[in-house]
Design a protein around this ligand. Structure first.
Ligand code: VGL
Ligand code: ZN
Length: 223
């Protein structure tokens, strides 16, 4: 029985001040840190969006295209993103307050300029795999908790791929340890995940009960 935590793309680029900010993206960090410390995980993975400067998902690589409009990449529809999470830049670094010292494995993705990779498990065209599924099988994964940024893109596709590629593994989306860009798309993502058999949970349900405000009862002794 190995419980695994997958922290998706909690990088500067997806937090306020970054190049592709998710509203309140930084608010996921204290919640994720509580999971890291108290969630009882046998293995913790962080994924990292890691693009070359000329990645084909960037509007800057398509003459006349604006950010956040649809374009094409390798003949397929592709959202035109602002340049983000370029390899070696501050934007691509993990949030400085994330407890990375407890992370066992970093899965980078998005290096191939010809295809985008929302999922930590495989590219969007579902051809090239990253190797994460095999890595988790080797660890004996039985349950996978997925959280991070952004809910309707990299978190959703990572959770869906986990459910599809890791037979028999219970997949859980941790809602309050994640943030999305659009509320409508987040609602749709939750429906898509639920339809794939993924459980939607809050972090408190996955952590041991706190009972901080409960006074211990006076102990009675039988003598
Ligand atoms: C992401 C858009 C482009 C994400 C990554 O991490 O959700 N979204 N690249
Ligand atoms: Zn990206």
């Amino acid at each position: 029985m190995t419980k695994v935590l997958l922290i998706v793309d909690v990088q500067n680029g997806f937090c306020p001040g970054g190049n592709l900010p998710v509203p309140e993206g930084d608010k996921t960090v204290p919640v994720i840190n509580r999971l890291i410390e108290g969630g009882g995980y046998g293995y913790i993975v962080a994924s990292q969006d890691w693009h070359p400067a000329d990645h084909g998902s960037f509007a800057s690589q398509h003459a006349g295209k604006n950010v956040f409009e649809m374009g094409e990449l390798s003949g397929k529809p592709q959202m035109m993103w602002p340049d983000h999470c370029v390899q070696g830049t501050q934007d691509a670094e993990f949030r400085p307050d994330l407890k990375m010292d407890k992370v066992d494995f970093i899965q980078q993705k998005g290096q191939n300029r010809a295809v985008d990779s929302y999922s930590a498990f495989r590219d969007n065209d579902q051809t090239a795999v990253t190797g994460l599924a095999e890595q988790l099988k080797k660890q004996g994964v039985t349950e996978l908790h997925v959280c991070g940024l952004a809910t309707e893109f990299c978190v959703k596709f990572s959770a869906l791929d986990a459910a599809a590629m890791l037979a028999g593994v219970k997949v859980v989306f941790v809602e309050d340890a994640s943030r999305g860009i659009s509320p409508e798309a987040v609602a749709e993502a939750k429906r898509d995940m639920a339809a794939a058999g993924i459980r939607i949970a809050q972090s408190a349900e996955l952590l041991p009960a706190q009972n901080n405000n409960v006074k211990p009862k006076a102990r009675k002794f039988n003598r």
